[in-house]
Write a protein that binds this ligand. Structure first.
Ligand code: SAJ
Length: 444
């Protein structure tokens, strides 16, 4: 079936779609195409997840407006079905790939999941199928890994026997469906004709711009947009360190800097976590490894942001020194384990780095997080015998803690504020020993 026939099947919605990988990206996109009227098969290796979805239940944690209802409705209408059998893909005209693409501790992507999918898909993929990778990958991966692996496992030739595209996603936990419908997408086709077919397909679920492009441009846009954000945050963090050393207040400096036209200084803080920002800059760097491109800002920004949870320890040591205390042998309460405020998502949590650092220095660490079951204890009970409290995440509830009561449970009235949720002067006036990211020590 040449592209013209596939275009026709997309047009009349008779094209059969598959989504491989029913995670926080794949499941919403599968449900959205099903809602748009397509027959969608979701392929997922975790059997318990397949069974949950086929029972009409949403396996994704956290508040995702509209998703649970959409899964139930599309399962009930038989537009959506989940399976773990790759042979069920044999009749699929369009196959989206949404699997994780993590990096290892040397910041290199190994693409195990992607390789497994391509190895399993090739033998069952029908002729003239359109395969679209949505996962975030390093620039050059479509040409150097996806195309050759799929040609080898299928025995088919790209742009002759099947079509291949790359269309990176821009989802964000908490707004999965909203972002899917409202954010523009770069549509990287193996050929301009493939890109046009992809645009016709995505027009069914995306109300924003669908920008036709090629693979390398789409790979660069996705990794650059997140490396850009990482550098913006790192700059704010470096200014925070400058303010601490110069009796400044970075939050005041930021407010006034941003009054200058075309300035958008980001928020400094106790670290940068999540599924995208800490990883995508390394994917971008990997895309040019061996090409003799002298990268400086991208690795440096990662180093600055990775330093921030460790800087929280510096601030704690400084506060303890004023009462001749030390971290070794102290009990410390850490507030917030998720990577983002009011979220239960703890991927690449900066707090994990902080905990490991405190333990290396001989501290006993108590952790609280209202959104993560493992850490949902009582803050006041956890505060007993603690020499200090470290605020790592600006969860809404932390702003309402009764500080007077909290102080009475602590061994010392020390607080290290990693997200500017408290006013230094107010706390100092109430007898706290306050330290904060970006805030110099207020002389009595
Ligand atoms: N952070 C700061 N300072 C800031 C902004 C964020 O320290 O000014 C920290 C957060 O505390 C968090 C980490 O950075 O630990 C990441 O925060 P984020 O707001 O970037 O949230 P993410 O990781 O969910 O980013 C996603 C990304 N979306 C995709 O990759 C599709 C990112 O490109 C978006 O810009 C971001 O959502 C968004 O805010 O929309």
């Amino acid at each position: 079936m040449i592209l013209a026939e596939l275009n026709q099947k997309v047009q009349n919605k008779s094209a059969k779609i598959a989504v491989i990988g029913l995670g926080y990206v794949g499941l919403p996109v599968a449900a959205a195409f099903a809602e748009a009227g397509f027959n969608v098969l979701g392929i997922e290796q975790r059997e318990e997840r397949v069974n949950k979805i086929n029972a009409g239940q949403n396996p994704i944690e956290g508040e995702e407006p509209g998703l649970a209802e959409l899964i139930l409705a599309t399962i009930k209408s038989n537009q959506l079905k989940a399976s773990w059998q790759y042979q069920d893909l044999a009749d699929r005209d369009i196959i989206l790939i949404d699997v994780e693409t993590p990096i290892n501790d040397r910041h290199i992507p190994e693409y195990d999941a992607l390789r497994n999918v391509l190895h399993s898909l090739g033998p069952v993929m029908k002729s003239d199928a359109l395969v679209i990778v949505e996962s975030t990958i390093a620039p050059g991966t479509m040409k150097k890994l996806v195309q050759p692996l799929l040609e080898e496992s299928s025995g088919k030739k790209v742009d002759v026997d099947f079509h291949l595209g790359y269309c990176p996603e821009r989802v964000m936990p908490g707004k999965l469906l909203a972002n899917l419908h409202k954010l523009s997408r770069v549509v990287g086709g193996g050929t301009p004709e493939t890109a046009q077919t992809m645009i016709q397909l995505y027009r069914n679920i995306v109300q924003a711009d669908l920008d036709p492009s090629d693979w390398i441009t789409a790979e660069l846009v996705k990794t650059v947009e997140n490396a850009y954000r990482d550098i913006q945050i790192a700059f704010a963090n470096e200014v925070a360190l400058i303010c601490e050393a110069t009796a400044g207040d970075v939050w005041k400096v930021r407010e006034l800097v941003n009054k200058s036209p075309n300035r958008q200084m980001h928020l400094p803080g106790a670290g940068v976590g999540g599924h995208c920002i800490p990883k995508d800059p390394w994917l971008l760097a990997h895309g040019v490894s061996g090409l003799n491109v002298p990268l400086q800002m991208i690795p440096s920004a990662r180093a600055v942001n990775d330093f921030m949870p460790l800087h929280m320890i510096n601030l704690l040591e400084n506060a303890l020194s004023t009462i001749k205390g030390a971290i070794k042998g102290s009990r410390v309460l850490v507030l917030g384990y998720a990577y983002l405020e009011n979220s239960d998502d703890s991927r690449n949590s900066p707090t994990q780095v902080l905990i490991e650092g405190l333990k290396r220095k001989g501290a006993e660490v108590a952790v609280h997080d209202p959104f993560i079951p493992e850490y949902q204890g009582d803050v006041l009970a956890l505060a007993e015998r603690c020499a200090a409290v470290l605020v790592m995440v600006a969860h809404r509830s932390y702003s309402y803690i009764d500080l007077e009561v909290l102080k009475n449970h602590l061994h010392y009235p020390i607080i290290v504020d990693g997200r500017n949720i408290f006013d230094a002067r107010v706390l100092q006036a109430k007898g706290w020993i306050y330290r904060g990211i970006g805030k110099s020590v207020i002389k009595k």
